[in-house]
Design a protein around this ligand. Sequence first.
Ligand code: PEP
Ligand code: MN
Length: 346
Amino acid sequence: MVVVMALDATDADIAAVVATVGVAGGEAFVSRGLNRVIVGLVGDVEQFDSLNLRAMAGVTDVVRISVPYKLVSREHHETRSTVHVADVPIGPSTITLIAGPCAVETYDQTLEGALMARSAGAAVLRGGAYKPRTSPYAFQGLGEEGLRILAEVGEKTGMPVVTEVVSANDIAVVASYADMLQVGTRNMQNFTLLQALGACNKPIMLKRGMSSTIEEWLMAAEYIAQRGNLDIVLCERGIRTFDPTTRNTLDISAVPIVQRLSHLPIIVDPSHSGGRRDLVMPLTSAAIAGGADGVIIDVHPRPETALCDGPQALVTEDLPALANVVSSFAKVTGRTVALTRQPEVV
Ligand code: PEP
Ligand code: MN
């Protein structure tokens, strides 16, 4: 941590900072430049945070040099991690395609969606049973009945399943059906939920809050990790910007930045970022070219009847192109496409 003194800071101001740091058990090193003095601190950063050095006379800024998250950082764990969803890897040596309907609506629609996903090479099936809708009048999901359908279809098609959990009270029931639990953008900073997921023995997919910085996102992951669950996959799903042309603005730069800061795998959701079918393929290509460890994509057999997010769902005709993009990029980047278990005959 570095304390930047004001141009008019007095020697007494500087001595007070040094003394305060000393009392807190740290060491302070004073560097005098031509115009300005900075004080470098060595010791427990959390302890320094509580000193409120910024409020001291003659101080203009306090700059943290080490990152505030620990367990999810590459300082803690240098090599990039691979998280397994049942037997499907998500990590640096594979590209993992997760696909399925936005919401589980009926058994038949979920099965059709799963077969579409599998035909595109998806290794994991997605489908929401608890839907966090902006409107309380919109379809809220089938709840436990949706979980049951999803698990049954996953079993039938040989794909492990990921689904959203919106409340700490639902974790046990969701974990009893799902292979990975998803935290949606609206709950990224629901710290009670995150802490409870830290005690869950299933992997977690943590979507980025739509208005969250990368640091806030990694701190949210730290909440889960701190309670003992390090099987976390981050998912960039677009952030709110000034431009209403797309549902959200996909922050591609988050992918290499997160990979530099954190050992956790990161995937991209091109469906919820663009919010439009015609953008899903270009954003998928951009995500994988940018180094994403996978993508999660909405598909629907009849998007015009979908109860949720029809306009962004890929249709059957789109799937060969999706499969082609994933396998071509895998070849070019020396990775393999993550595979499903051997499916039963459907
Ligand atoms: C979803 O994946 O179904 C979803 C609701 O996504 P997000 O939380 O990113 O909006
Ligand atoms: Mn959706």
